[in-house]
Every structure is written in structure tokens, then in C-alpha cells.
Design a protein around this ligand. Structure first.
Ligand code: C2O
Ligand code: CU
Ligand code: CU
Length: 462
């Protein structure tokens, strides 16, 4: 069953219909609250938008005026972040520092830039210290930006599914477990894995055609190492939209916050259904795992969906050899280094502050009153993330996408906003601070790490 929910108003262009340049306004209401929902026949109490898991899917087009009223029915502050969208990080817009108190509401208003790339984005809460609980409790939804050029590739003819990957740690009574200090340190994971609200769903693909699967890793901490049993996973897009050329991979790692856009072929299903696997992957050093009791060791391969052949539309589409124009960013004006660390620090403020496990960037835990990185609008910079810790950290930057610098020193032809920095490794990305001034953040997207300090502020000024 397809659980897509379209709550935006005013437009019905979904498939072959022509996407118009001039667009109607979208008006959306999201109520964040704890609700009982049914997952795979079981009653569970999760955090939801509008009582749905995942939250409603928002369909947006470049140039569109968007209004999102967020009503906070949670017993604690919340807010919204539009992960990956190129929007002003200004007060009340894409404002990770805003807090909407319980029982109150906020109206987010923005115009998606007219040249905004098409792609798979998502929204989720972003209150420092509560992000892992809220996102890990279920608060997440997809934002699909559609633009005209995908029509030239005839991608609009290809049936698609948006697959939001979530995991939940539940008690026997169906309520969310409280993570232990150790869970938070490693990054909580839950045994219940849902794929757009379903457990091991059937994903139909026309036996004579193809389907487009867009994956969003909306887990607090769980990584996915995605693979199909009978065919390569053909990646056509990543975080910030389509990539330059399709890339067939045996398996693809998807860290929290990351997205991939893929094409699955029905031809491989001639002999029967295929399996979508989450292959085992270890995101901490073995020693670390041992120290921590080893419960987060590679858990073995698991099936997370079945790919089922069906009769139906989709025949005749051939994979283009060229997808999007991703022009490399020009050389950077400066290089900054961000050293990721684990240690202890003072968490909390004043009387309530205590010595606790902390995660740091350049030796400091997050403080919203401090500006960590000051940049000028329009400049290009290289940022190098240096991971000397024993855990992988997927690093995310708000507001502007980046290009990862490849091993040959040039930027790879793909727009990313979250990049995996494996334990003991360093990764360099190139970004340009375009269009918007304001105060943004960058952080580890293992949300327990973000909550425990692995976040910094980025001030973009004229
Ligand atoms: Cu997906 Cu700062 O977050
Ligand atoms: Cu983000
Ligand atoms: Cu981390």
C-alpha cells in the first residue's frame, strides 16, 4: 500500500502532467504530537505530524510560495528544519535556533528560489538537546521538489516511491523506550525498522519497466547499507538532486540525513520478487563496540522490503547516460578544518550543568550564543572534517549544498548536504555561500551526537 500523503493545496501535477513555472501557493498545517498509530498491525505510541507516520509528504516547485503552520502539541519545545532546502537561515524561516513552546504555533513562510534544484529533501525538528528524541520518536516527512528538467529525461513517466527509513526502540507496551546514556553515546538504534511507516513492505515494479525509489534516512543514528539481491542499485541522485550520470553500485551506504534517488529495473524480476537488503555495516571501531558492550556491532544482513513484479505501466524508459549538469565549484578562497572529537564537557547551563559525555567540533560543544565560523556571502570555501574518533560521523551543513572533493583533488559532480566522515578519516567538501545571510549551523547527523554538542554555528554576512 502506498502511504503517500499530499496535503499541499493547489496543484495536482504528479506524473506526466506538465510542471508549470508559475506556481500556486502551498499551505500546509502540521500538528506535532504524541499519538497511537498502527505499525504492521501493532499499536505503538510515536511522535507524529498529523497523526501519520511518516509526516505528510510535501510537494514543492521552484518559485512557489510556501506557508507551513506548525502547531506544537508536544509537552516540550519543537520547531522545523527544512533539511537540504536552500532557504534563508533567518529568524522564523529555516531557523534551527527557534523554539516553539508547547501549545503554541508558528507560521513558516518562504518562497522556494526560482532556480531551486529538484530533489529529495525532508523536514524534521531541530531543538538542540531534543532532536534525537523527537526525530527518533517519528517526527520526519519528505519534501519533494519537482522541476521541469526531469521531464526532459522522461523521469516524470517513471512510477516512484518515496521511502522514509526510520527505526524505533519500543517497550513491550508499545511506547518509546528511553535511551540509556550508552545508547546516546553510540547513537540510539531501534529494532523496529519502518519504510514509510510499513514493516518490510512490498514495493511493486512493473516487470516490463522501471521504478524510481527515493530513500531518506530519517533515523536518529542507524546507518543503512542498501543493496538489492538480483541487480545493482542504480543511483541517479543524492542529497541535492540528480547527479551527472547514473552510478550502479553493489551496495550504497546511507547515513542519517542522507538521501539517494535510485532506479530499479523490473527485468531482473522475471524469475520472481527481489529483496531490498540492509547489509551489515559497522559504524564504530570493534574496540569501541567491545568497550560499550558490543550491542551495536554489525547486526547482520536484514531484509527491509520486497520488490514485487507487477504488470503495468513503465515500459520503454531507458536510462539516460547523462542526467544533470553539475558544474564544479571554482577554487576555494580558504580552507577551514573541523576536528571532530569525543570527550567530556559541561553540558547544560548554570546550576543544572554537569560533567557528561560530550561530542565536540574543534574542542567545543555547541553554544548558540557563540559564532564559530564567520563567512562572507558569495565566497567559496573548502571545509575539511577530520575524524580522529572511533565512530563514524555524518556531517551536515545547513543552507548551502556542497561538493565533496574526490581523491584526485577535484569536486565530484554531485550536490550533497550531508557527508559521511568515517572513523579515522578526513573528508574535504567545497561550498559557496549563496544568496542568504544569517546564522546557520553544521553538525553531526547522528542526532544524539548533535544533542550532545557536535554542532557549530555558521554566520554568513555580506
Ligand atoms: Cu537534518 Cu541540521 O539537520
Ligand atoms: Cu539540515
Ligand atoms: Cu556523530
Amino acid at each position: 500500500m502506498n502511504r503517500r500523503n499530499f496535503v499541499w493545496t493547489g496543484c495536482a501535477a504528479l506524473t506526466a502532467q506538465r510542471v508549470r513555472a508559475e506556481s500556486e501557493a502551498a499551505a500546509i498545517v502540521l500538528v506535532a504530537g504524541k499519538r497511537w498509530v498502527t505499525v504492521a498491525g501493532r499499536s505503538v505510541e510515536l511522535l507524529t505530524y498529523n497523526g501519520q507516520l511518516p509526516g505528510p509528504q510535501l510537494e514543492l516547485r521552484p518559485g512557489q510560495d510556501v506557508t507551513i503552520r506548525l502547531i506544537n502539541d508536544l509537552p516540550e519545545p519543537t520547531n522545523l528544519h527544512f533539511h537540504g532546502l536552500h532557504l534563508p537561515p533567518s529568524p522564523g524561516v529555516d531557523d534551527a535556533l527557534l523554539q516553539i513552546p508547547p501549545g503554541e504555533q508558528h507560521e513558516y513562510r518562504f518562497t522556494l528560489p526560482a532556480d531551486h534544484p529538484a530533489g529529495t529533501f525532508w523536514y524534521h525538528p531541530h531543538v538542540h538537546g531534543m532532536t534525537a528524541n523527537q526525530v527518533g520518536g517519528g517526527l520526519a516527512g519528505a519534501i519533494i521538489v519537482r522541476a521541469e528538467f526531469e521531464e526532459r529525461l522522461e523521469l516524470t513517466r517513471v512510477p516512484e516511491r518515496v521511502l522514509i527509513l526510520q527505526d524505533f526502540d519500543l517497550l513491550a507496551d508499545g511506547t518509546l523506550a528511553r535511551p540509556t546514556q550508552m545508547d546516546r553515546m553510540i547513537g540510539r538504534e531501534g529494532a523496529l525498522i519502518t519504510v514509510s511507516g510499513e514493516v518490510v513492505p512490498n514495493l511493486p515494479v512493473s516487470a516490463s519497466g522501471v521504478a524510481r525509489l527515493r530513500f531518506i534516512n530519517a533515523c536518529s543514528s542507524r546507518f543503512f547499507n542498501l543493496a538489492l539481491g538480483k541487480q545493482a542499485l542504480v543511483v541517479i541522485g543524492v542529497d541535492g538532486g540528480l547527479i551527472a550520470a547514473p552510478n550502479a553500485a553493489r551496495s550504497t551506504l546511507l547515513a542519517p540525513g542522507e538521501r539517494i534517488d535510485t532506479i530499479v529495473s523490473g527485468a531482473a524480476l522475471a524469475e520472481g520478487p527481489d529483496l531490498l537488503w540492509n547489509l551489515s555495516y559497522q559504524r564504530t571501531f570493534a574496540m569501541m563496540g567491545g568497550m560499550m558492550g558490543g550491542q551495536r556491532q554489525a547486526a547482520g544482513n536484514a531484509v527491509i522490503a520486497h520488490i514485487i513484479p507487477t504488470a503495468g505501466e513503465g515500459a520503454g524508459w531507458t536510462m539516460p547516460t547523462k542526467l544533470a549538469d553539475v558544474s564544479p565549484l571554482p577554487a576555494a578562497a580558504r580552507l577551514r578544518t573541523f576536528v571532530l572529537g569525543e570527550g567530556t564537557g559541561r553540558m547544560g547551563m548554570g546550576m543544572g550543568s554537569q560533567q557528561a559525555m560530550a561530542f565536540t567540533i574543534n574542542g567545543r560543544t555547541f553554544d548558540m550564543r557563540r559564532v564559530d565560523t564567520d563567512v562572507r556571502l558569495g565566497t567559496v570555501e573548502d571545509w575539511e572534517f577530520v575524524n580522529n574518533t572511533s565512530m563514524d560521523h555524518p556531517m551536515h551543513i545547513h543552507t548551502n549544498a556542497f561538493q565533496v572533493i574526490g581523491s584526485n583533488g577535484s569536486p565530484l559532480p554531485a550536490w550533497k548536504d550531508t557527508v559521511l566522515v568515517k572513523a579515522g578519516q578526513r573528508v574535504r567538501v567545497r561550498t559557496r555561500f549563496d544568496d542568504f545571510t544569517g546564522l546557520a549551523v553544521y553538525h553531526c547527523h547522528i542526532l544524539d551526537h548533535e544533542d550532545m554538542g557536535m554542532m557549530g554555528t555558521l554566520r554568513i554576512t555580506n
